[in-house]
Design a protein around this ligand. Structure first.
Ligand code: ARG
Length: 458
């Protein structure tokens, strides 16, 4: 028998029952549902709406349900539709009439909004912590590699020398912003909708601030209609997660390239690589590929939610039940990806010699060669042209800028002298890029310190 069966003359059709039921997925909210009900019953008692006896019966009944669910003794039924009605039904079976008083001054509309906010609060914290671990792993490697020269790229063509530390710190900056975004999302998420009732609060003398405080919220949702119909915080959360996955997929892409035979910049630990069923020589970066691929599901969650919420009139509509599966999948996916990506990255070996060897090809010191002429008085545009011709000459003759003689250099500009070689030495090129935010070891050290401070503030 449905809790809402009073005004109906027939039982609901079995197909409707299955279609409508959300227990198969919202059972994940059991803990939050019980926590919310304990706070609600406490507030009902403090405000003189239920007796102390009822309060005690409700609270110990709810605790016994929690224990039984956690020890696997209790199973939910799809007959009771969702987690809220399941728990209320079981409670009433256990404690009788007091159980029927729990839903006083409450609706499933504010109840579900509460449960999902509580759930998302802890998921947001978990993901932020996973990001924190990843940032720490990056920083640890960066601290050891501030003078490991490698090429940087634009258009995937070798550009200018940077250090491995500088390269990976770019990712630390992205993940720092992701943590900041989650912290910002949490502010709007951490407001209590309970007491909004179905949509217009209640005539009982409730104290919404009390329940908000009991549940660790920063305040209440100020408009009862908004309280039950707002899912912005889920959309913001999924948008933040989409951004995390976008960043992670870029990092994954680099790692996949870096461990190919063409690059050999890093070697993944065997424990974080996989083999092929047919090609005995293969060692594949499946973890990075799978993280890259799972980005699609997270983008999907964001689009699903935006589309579910589009054009919904106020206030609660059953469409909104569709928020859960997708947001749960989003949480699971992001957490899983981060928790396996971080140790994969941490345990990889960075091949210093190969980074250096790649940096010494591709004329990545050509800008420095031009800057040398500028220091000797040539306008930058003329210097750029002279070095361009020198590069063309090198390509034709199979030389590089380091191996041209001073005589050869002078064909392109009389300003060249023997001090050109130290000016285009790759280590010097990197060292001399001392501008704030640049790749010189001292700049990168400052960057690392600033990032650590900003990360601690979250
Ligand atoms: N299972 C529902 C959901 O997830 C709970 C709220 C139902 N409220 C209602 N009036 N039917 O959205």
């Amino acid at each position: 028998m449905k809790l809402w069966s009073g005004r109906f003359s027939k039982d609901v059709d079995g197909r409707v029952n299955d279609f409508n039921s959300s227990i198969s997925f919202d059972k994940r909210l059991y803990k939050q549902d019980i926590e919310g009900s304990i706070a609600h019953s406490q507030m009902l008692y403090e405000c003189g709406i239920i007796t102390d006896e009822d309060r005690k019966a409700i609270q110990s009944g709810l605790k016994s349900i929690l224990e039984d669910v956690e020890s696997g003794k209790l199973d939910f039924s799809s007959e009771a539709e969702d987690i809220h009605m399941n728990i209320e039904t079981i409670l009433t079976e256990r404690i009788g009439d007091a159980g029927k008083r729990l839903h006083t001054a409450r609706s499933r509309n504010d109840q579900v909004a509460l449960d999902i906010r509580l759930y998302m609060r802890s998921e947001t914290d978990d993901i932020s912590e996973e990001l924190n671990k990843l940032i720490s792993a990056i920083v640890k490697i960066a601290e050891k590699t501030t003078d490991w020269v490698m090429p940087s790229y634009t258009h995937l063509q070798r550009a200018q020398p940077v250090s491995f530390a500088h390269y990976i710190m770019a990712y630390a900056q992205m993940f720092l912003r992701d943590r900041q975004r989650l912290a910002d999302c949490r502010k709007r998420l951490n407001l209590c909708p309970l007491g909004a009732g179905a949509l217009a609060t209640t005539t009982y003398p409730i104290d919404r601030y009390m329940t908000a405080q009991l549940l660790g919220f920063d305040g209440i949702c100020e408009n009862s209609m908004d309280a039950v119909s707002d899912r912005d915080f889920l959309i913001e959360f999924c948008s933040d997660c989409a951004m995390i996955m976008m960043h992670l997929s870029r990092f994954c892409e680099e790692i996949i390239l870096w461990c190919s035979s063409e690059f050999r910049f890093i070697t993944l630990d065997d424990a974080f690589s996989t083999g092929s069923s047919i090609m005995p020589q293969k060692k594949n970066p499946d973890v990075a590929e799978l993280c890259r691929g799972k980005t699609g599901r997270v983008y999907g969650s964001l689009i699903t939610l935006l589309t579910v919420m589009k054009s919904l009139p106020l206030a609660y509509n059953k469409d909104m039940q569709e928020d859960k599966e997708t947001v749960f999948d989003c949480c699971d996916t992001v957490k899983m990806c981060l928790s396996v990506f971080t140790p994969m990255f941490e345990t990889a070996t960075v091949n210093k010699e190969n980074l250096r060897a790649a940096a010494s090809k591709g004329f990545i010191n050509a800008t420095d060669c031009a800057d040398y002429l500028v220091r000797k008085g040539l306008p930058f545009r003329d210097a750029y042209k002279a070095v361009g011709r020198a590069v063309m000459y090198c390509e034709k003759t199979g030389k590089d800028l380091e191996s041209l003689t001073v005589e050869e250099y002078r064909e392109f500009s009389p300003l060249f002298d023997s001090d050109i070689y130290s000016a285009i030495n790759l280590e010097n090129c990197m060292l001399n890029r001392k501008a704030a935010g640049g790749p010189s070891p001292e700049s990168v050290k400052i960057q690392i310190e600033n990032l650590k401070k900003a990360n601690e503030l979250i």
